[in-house]
Design a protein around this ligand. Structure first.
Ligand code: FAD
Length: 478
């Protein structure tokens, strides 16, 4: 077995790993980038980019089929050529992956090592069975993979995950989607709009990461008008029959139904790739999911020389977070033991469904009951949204009663990707609702809907403060 010595070993050449490697090199250290799978990153190969390409095709089909309300009649039948759709998805995906590969190509050969890494100790890694790497510090950036519950595994090649969808040469006829999280909802709706017959089954009512019960209910109703979606499904049996998947379930109107599908697309969550790393050979403390306990400001695991970034730490499995975390981990690995807090941004998550979903700042589920007010706008009568026939959805903004500070928001509705950015920026700037209402709002724009929600929050803040004042006065006179 070969032996290599380096300052910093980075395990995984995805978004987080590449950022960590570059930060370590920029700090003047020797660094080794270890990759076991294909180069190209999850985001470009089988994540953010191909999913958005499929969604773009779906939007084109949907828009073409919904022009009549404007008095615009597109002649003839609208057809979707599945092979052409998938060809474009793969071609464009290839371009994005190509940019990443060019970047990897530019990394000196002596800094790259192929193979899967396992810890032998805190500072020694074994790469497959060919190399032992001695590193003063290690960055774990091994990403995540789809987590597939055991009963689905019996479906063999009729079970697909997101990676498989983007390898299709044509669109199938019928797909059962399990898991209406972000990935399941995005892919399920896109396939439905491309003419695939889709059923989406969930458990416990959760939907696309929305924690606000009213926003979730609004989203649920909107999507249910378009395709079969049961976030709280009672699936009785899933089995393979010939080349098909048979699903027996209780329908939304309480009848038992058995249907056959070409595939079961399982999107029931993702699992951090830390289970095969030999973490038992390290000094690291692990949480209940087997993920090293780490500091999200420094990425350091305990007080060790090991840092963990990106999906591998299961904290905020999003592309921009992986890039930030990778950079912080690389910088701190280079500085170790003199580590520093890195820049963490206000939380922002977007779901590219139609209408889109956004969660900015603190979502409803993280707020302390009784400490905040909820400002609301229902988009059904919002001017610009109605003009464009995009008038569906609900925005809730949350504000702190004591300080008037804007805390966060959840929404399903038009342009959520843009409104979400405005709101996350406001959270990071620590703006109050009053200060946000001093900002310009053009007319007629969807942001006027946001202003309505903020005004509603301002009015409720005034009421809540009056109530607090009265309560205090009563207590003082009692
Ligand atoms: C379908 C889908 C859609 C998504 N859409 C979005 C989106 O719209 N917006 C967004 O922000 N995020 C999105 N994401 C999430 C985003 O893709 C991830 O958060 C991001 O790619 C994580 O980057 P990473 O560097 O942590 O992991 P990865 O890019 O997966 O890199 C990890 C690397 O580590 C390697 N590796 C693993 N174990 C070892 C080992 N033991 N030794 C050596 N190498 C190893 C792997 O082969 C892999 O190359 C999406 C994800 C999916 C699946």
């Amino acid at each position: 077995m070969k032996t290599l010595h380096t300052d910093i070993a980075v395990i995984g050449a995805g978004t987080a790993g590449l950022a960590a490697y570059r930060a370590a090199k920029a700090a003047g250290k020797r660094a080794l980038l270890i990759e076991g799978g294909p180069y190209g990153t999850t985001c470009a190969r089988v994540g953010c980019m191909p999913s958005k390409l499929l969604i773009a095709a779906a939007e084109a089909a949907h828009n073409a089929a919904h022009t009549e309300a404007f008095g615009v009649h597109v002649g003839g039948e609208i057809t979707v050529d599945g092979a052409e759709v998938m060809d474009r998805v793969k071609r464009e995906r290839g371009r994005f992956v190509g940019f990443v590969l060019d970047g990897v190509e530019n990394i000196p050969a002596e800094d790259k090592l192929r193979g899967y890494a396992r810890f032998v100790s805190d500072t020694v890694l074994e790469i497959d069975d060919h190399t032992q790497v001695h590193a003063s510090r290690v960055v774990i950036a091994t990403g995540s993979r789809p987590s597939v519950p055991p009963p689905f595994r019996e479906l063999g090649d009729r079970l697909v995950v997101n990676d498989d969808v983007f390898a299709w040469n044509d669109l199938p006829g019928r797909v059962a989607v399990f898991g209406p999280g972000v990935i399941g909802l995005e892919l399920g709706q896109a396939l439905a709009r491309l003419g695939v017959e889709v059923r989406v089954f969930g458990v416990s009512g959760s939907l696309a990461g929305i924690s606000d019960p009213q926003v979730r209910q609004s989203a649920r109703k909107i999507f249910q008008r378009e395709f079969y979606l049961d976030p709280d499904a009672r699936v009785l049996e899933t089995k393979r029959v010939g080349d098909e998947v048979e699903v027996r379930y209780i329908t939304l109107d309480n009848a038992e139904r058995t249907e056959r599908f070409d595939y079961a697309l399982v999107a029931t969550g993702r699992r951090a790739n830390v289970d095969g790393l030999g973490l038992e050979n390290t000094s690291l403390e692990l949480n209940v999911h087997g993920v090293p306990v780490f500091d999200r400001e420094t990425m350091q695991a305990g007080d060790s020389a090991i840092f963990i970034a990106g999906d591998a730490n299961a904290d905020a499995p999003l592309l921009h977070e992986a890039a930030d975390e990778g950079r912080i981990a690389g910088e701190n690995a280079a500085r170790y033991p003199d580590i520093r807090n890195g820049l963490r941004r206000a939380p922002l998550a977007v779901v590219f469904s139609d209408p889109q979903i956004a969660v900015a700042g603190q979502g409803h589920g993280r707020l302390i009951p009784g400490t905040f007010v909820v400002g609301e706008v229902d988009f059904s009568d919002q001017g610009r949204s109605r003009v464009m026939l995009k008038n569906r959805g609900l925005l809730h903004v949350y504000a702190d009663i004591e300080t008037g500070r804007f805390l966060g928001a959840e929404m399903v509705g038009p342009s959520a990707e843009h409104i979400g950015h405005l709101l996350a920026w406001a959270v990071q700037q620590e703006l109050t609702v009053a200060r946000m209402l001093e900002m310009p709002f053009y007319h007629p724009v969807i942001e006027e809907g946001l202003r309505t929600a903020l005004r509603d929050a301002a009015a409720k803040l005034a009421l809540a403060r009056d109530a607090l004042r009265n309560e205090t006065a009563e207590q003082e006179t009692a």
